[in-house]
Design a protein around this ligand. Sequence first.
Ligand SMILES: Nc1ncnc2c1ncn2[C@@H]1O[C@H](COP(=O)(O)OP(=O)(O)OP(=O)(O)O)[C@@H](O)[C@H]1O
Ligand SMILES: [Mg+2]
Length: 233
Amino acid sequence: MLKVENIHVYYDAIHAVKDVSLEVSEGEIVTLIGANGAGKSTILQTISGLLRSKTGSITFMDESISTMAPHKIVERGLAQVPEGRRIFLSMTVKENLEMGAFTQKPEGIPADLERVYSLFPRLKERYKQVGGTLSGGEQQMLAMGRALMSNPKLLMLDEPSMGLAPILVDQIFATITEMNQAGTTILLVEQNAQMALSVASRAYVLETGHIAIQGDASELADNEDVKKAYLGG
Ligand SMILES: Nc1ncnc2c1ncn2[C@@H]1O[C@H](COP(=O)(O)OP(=O)(O)OP(=O)(O)O)[C@@H](O)[C@H]1O
Ligand SMILES: [Mg+2]
């Protein structure tokens, strides 16, 4: 479904992503794990078309998206929940969700809203509340709900568990599994390697811009190097 081949991404002189290749098949949850500054967000931004790789290629549903405009990429069915949520703080929950539907036909929006509300009942209860007054966990739900309003085939999540209490982390991961079972393919970026490996089928470990290890998530969870570096021994 998604094929990233040999991309390199630079911030001026900084070579942030070095020859990265990865693949996501339809129906999978794939995780990309790695420490602060490894290049995880840079890779997601590049797939979304917000940053560009001068080399290599990115293909989604058999179509090259390497030079496609970001909104066209969303239209094709590839959406991203950015790191740090980035919801619209002065808009209500409902308005935030409607913003996520900018690629959709207006007549489909009520049904999409109901679908998001059934996944996140908390958002339904708070549909009139402004984004800035939501708790961190509710903001994460809203950011995920907003991305789902574009009816993505593939959803990329950038550190959804960041800053959340353990109980909310469990809830967010349960919802990721639920979205996947409802038919959305997931590319999950996480520093919480343990949780990410528990929901994913395959994983890539990123180290200073390059893929150091890749394989089945269950095998990586037992890998001594991965355990030492990312799973607290
Ligand atoms: N706008 C920018 N300008 C210059 N350097 C940047 C910029 N954004 C990121 N970098 C650098 O690129 C590298 C990769 O950053 P990136 O944000 O992709 O890492 P990350 O794996 O998402 O980290 P984190 O887990 O902390 O979110 C880092 O060394 C970072 O300092
Ligand atoms: Mg990041």
